[in-house]
Design a protein around this ligand. Structure first.
Ligand SMILES: [Zn+2]
Ligand SMILES: [Zn+2]
Length: 430
């Protein structure tokens, strides 16, 4: 039986490798320093090959239904632990997860990397788990490219880096609207705990932010929390202390600003937005480009809302990734316009909301990204919360005149904005 003898050869080679390794320690005194390093590398390669071969064996056993056929009717993990006691210490579940993942065609880059010896099983288990989570969210036909990219990042930077890829992948390869839904959902988890005060009077807070909140906070804290040397003396405060003090100083400033209109809106966040994303609000993502937290991906509708807001400067990219400046002055309301807007609206214009003007954004009723002008007749004050609601539900409003002067009237039917855009488009000659 030729097949049998080939298998016998493999088994005797494995037995030889085991005896060689067991005999090795006694002869190590002969090795020079360089040889010790080489040995460590060679044994590492062997270790990786052992893991890959174990995955292959488990794969075969699972395909044939061996674990279930056992009279104790074991799971694949139990089967592996029963036959190879070394896995009882841990890792059996990962071996089985990787073996089972090989059956999914999109995982072929993982299979190739594990078998080729460049991806340890523990890392491969992270890649296939992440790939499983992302798969239903990906656009058609990109799965293999995405998995190949995850494998490459994991080979170079380890499994931790693979877990960080999610929003970047969804921004580039996700189905339309997926990143937006994720980030809208993430917003529900935004929280600042009440202080837990210890006997010294020190208060501890727990702060949870969504990607947008993180980008805004980090952009503001970045410059404020830099070390400040005093007359040649180094700033010895810890990084965390500088961040904490910067946060308090931010709040103090915001409160002190009171009801003053700043003539120049301060730029706090620089985001890069593909023009397509700004126009459609469906595909792609905005990405923060400055500061230590550069590279945070923001969902498309979030980018459109940010484009309304003077606190943010979008760097608009056209198809060929060149900065296509659509005119910042045209986008932002001037200090004079803002003052008149504060006088006209007095507070957030959303029905029933009385958030004072100094805590509002100036929203473009016809979005700036859709060609809306930066005129008072196209402007409305909205608090942060209602600004989000208006963009998310795509609501439209108009400036109307009645006995008491001008005010903003909102149509709170979901999608009313799209209806209005369609009407505007129908009126315009093509
Ligand atoms: Zn807006
Ligand atoms: Zn409001």
């Amino acid at each position: 039986m030729a097949g049998g003898s080939a298998l016998d050869e493999h088994r005797s080679a494995i037995a030889d490798a085991v005896s060689a390794l067991r005999a090795l320690p006694a002869d190590l005194w002969r090795a020079g320093g360089a040889a010790l390093g080489e040995l460590a590398g060679e044994i590492g390669g062997l270790h990786q090959a052992c893991e890959a071969a174990t995955v292959a064996v488990v794969r075969e056993a699972v395909e044939r239904g061996e674990p279930r056929r056992d009279e104790r009717a074991m799971t694949p993990v139990q089967w592996l632990r029963a036959h190879a006691p070394t896995w009882r210490a841990g890792g059996a579940a990962q071996v089985v997860a990787v073996a089972e993942a090989f059956a999914v065609p999109g995982n072929s880059p993982v299979k190739a990397a594990v078998q080729g010896g460049s991806l340890p099983v523990r890392s491969a288990a992270v890649v296939v788990a992440e790939a499983d989570r992302l798969r239903p969210l990906l656009a058609e036909g990109v799965e293999e490219a995405v998995v190949a990219g995850m494998v490459e990042v994991t080979e170079q930077h380890g499994p931790g880096a693979c877990r960080q890829l999610r929003s970047a992948i969804l921004a580039r390869y996700g189905r339309d609207g997926v990143l937006q839904r994720e980030q809208d959902a993430a917003r529900r988890f935004v929280a600042l705990s009440r202080p837990r005060v210890d006997p010294l009077g020190l208060a501890e807070y727990r702060l949870t932010l969504d990607p947008e909140g993180r980008a805004v906070l980090e952009a503001a804290l970045g410059p404020l929390s830099a070390p400040r040397p005093t007359e040649g003396e180094r700033d010895l405060r810890s990084g965390e202390r500088r961040r904490g003090e910067a946060l308090v100083s931010l709040v103090r400033r915001a409160v002190a600003a009171g009801d003053q209109v700043g003539p120049h809106a301060k730029t706090t966040l620089l985001v890069q937005v593909p023009l397509e994303t700004l126009r459609t609000g469906v595909t792609g993502a905005a990405e923060t480009v400055a500061g230590p937290e550069a590279g945070v991906h923001l969902a498309p509708e979030t980018a459109r809302r940010l484009a309304c807001d003077a606190q943010v400067v979008p760097v608009v990219l056209d198809g060929v990734a060149e900065v296509a400046d659509l005119g910042r002055a045209r986008r932002l309301f001037t200090g004079g316009q803002t003052r008149r807007l504060w006088l006209r609206d007095r507070h957030c214009t959303y029905p029933g909301c009385d958030m004072p003007a100094q805590w509002t954004d100036a929203h473009h009723l016809v979005h700036w990204a859709d060609g809306g002008a930066t005129d008072l007749c196209n402007a409305a004050l909205l608090c942060e919360r209602h600004h989000t609601v208006v963009h998310q539900r795509r609501l439209t409003g108009e400036v109307v005149s009645d006995g008491e002067g001008q005010r903003v009237k909102w149509d709170v039917t979901v999608g009313s904005y799209d209806l209005r855009l369609a009407q505007l488009a129908a009126r315009e000659p093509a």
